[in-house]
Design a protein around this ligand. Sequence first.
Ligand code: ADP
Ligand code: MG
Ligand code: ZN
Length: 498
Amino acid sequence: MTITLPPYEDVTARFEPVIGLETHVELGTRTKMFCGCPTGFGAEPNTQVCPVCLGLPGSLPVANAAAIEATIRIGLALNCTIASWCRFARKNYFYPDMPKNFQTSQYDEPLCTDGYLDVEVDGRPVRIDIERVHLEEDTGKTLHVGGATGRIHGATESLVDYNRAGIPLVEIVTRPIPGTGADAPAVARAYVTELRDVIRVLGVSDVRMEQGSLRCDVNTSLNRPGDQWGTRTETKNVNSLRSVERAVRAEMLRQAAVLDAGERIVQETRHFHEETGDTRPGRSKETATDYRYFPEPDLVPLAPDPEWVARLKTELPELPRVHRARLQQAWGLSDLDMQAVLNAGAVELIERTVAAGSSPEGARKWWLGELARRANEAGVDLSTVGATPADVAELQSLVDAGRLNDKLARTVLEGVLAGEGTPSEVMAARGLEVVSDTGALGAAVDEAIAANPDVAAKIREGKVAAAGVLVGAVMKTTRGQADAKAVRELILSRLGVQ
Ligand code: ADP
Ligand code: MG
Ligand code: ZN
């Protein structure tokens, strides 16, 4: 079916979106969820396995206490109730990356329930209700080889690596989020960003979307105002924060077109394609009964001691919201300025730049100005634009020391982004530095005065403002490398005005 997509404004004028997010976080524990195998990333395939995580007959699992503690801490940070008693469950399905033919997960007795996470979108607070946070284990990884695309179609062989099988995985599920209208894509992104930041400060995972330690499924539905919520689709393969936003928007447009054509939305999983920015169908959705869940008989129930949970709660670190408020104060920013920093996703970058020695003002100027523009042009996140906080701090200190002016600093930054090295390396290699040494400037100043006798005369008469013309001329002959302030002073003293 070929469909023409309506304009976004038209879609949000006629439909109301509901979104819901399911996020998987791979915990950074030293060992796996139910056995003692190591969890390091990037090892030789099938070298971090044992009878338990390979599901060999007779092997018995033991739950990893560090993973349980990490999950409880996530639950507490998300304002959840922690179960005083709960169990693991078997989720039965057959798939080559799942050696046991079932996944040990949690079903009707999750460890954490009924929480919330407050986020802000354009300065407006939005409370996202959390339905559950539960603990499960990751699957292995299949690799399809021999084809052009790495997909199973056209492949000659499929290989399985079980190193990842059994790594603890926390699933965080939101309740449906209605009422966000045209902001739905931005709300989805704000939520995943905030969730990532919360989990990062807890120190329980490195939450890297590009490495798969944070994975997000995006549920979207549309309904006409006054109608019941529509049928949702679940978009997988969303590998960056930007894609979270794009995936919701793409699904809203597609569903509107389908509904406009008088057809129904099919409940299914879909895949987001980075290159085209659209979603394509995956499998039609299983229901819970397909999995034949039942309580895991090989594991004892979990009954976290309430005193332990209370202590974990008091020991939570400062959460991102509180931390941001503190930074705003320290940086002396208005709400609006802080909002701009947040929208640019630059809080942490600025914080690290300041920690590397920059003034807050200087750090903010680079990240929100030149670097934001570059990131936007290249369609990448600010954090991957190609300059590090240390680079920016160094650049700003060169400006503060008067060794670079604004224009030269931008040229140096260009070199840094092109991979030519750190700011001082680029400066040295390209021979860029402000010339403030009066001897070297003297000749250029004399030349400018000689070439503009009428301007010089005006200045001698006291029309100091005319000096700008001569400063401009000197800057031109020194290819922008002169210190404008020094040039101006030199001109005035040469002409006897100072
Ligand atoms: P499943 O495992 O079948 O995907 P879950 O309960 O784990 O089901 O997750 C369903 C997700 O979809 C939740 O985040 C929920 O809030 C969301 N959701 C449920 N109904 C809708 C809807 N009509 N529109 C959008 N999202 C929805
Ligand atoms: Mg799900
Ligand atoms: Zn193992």
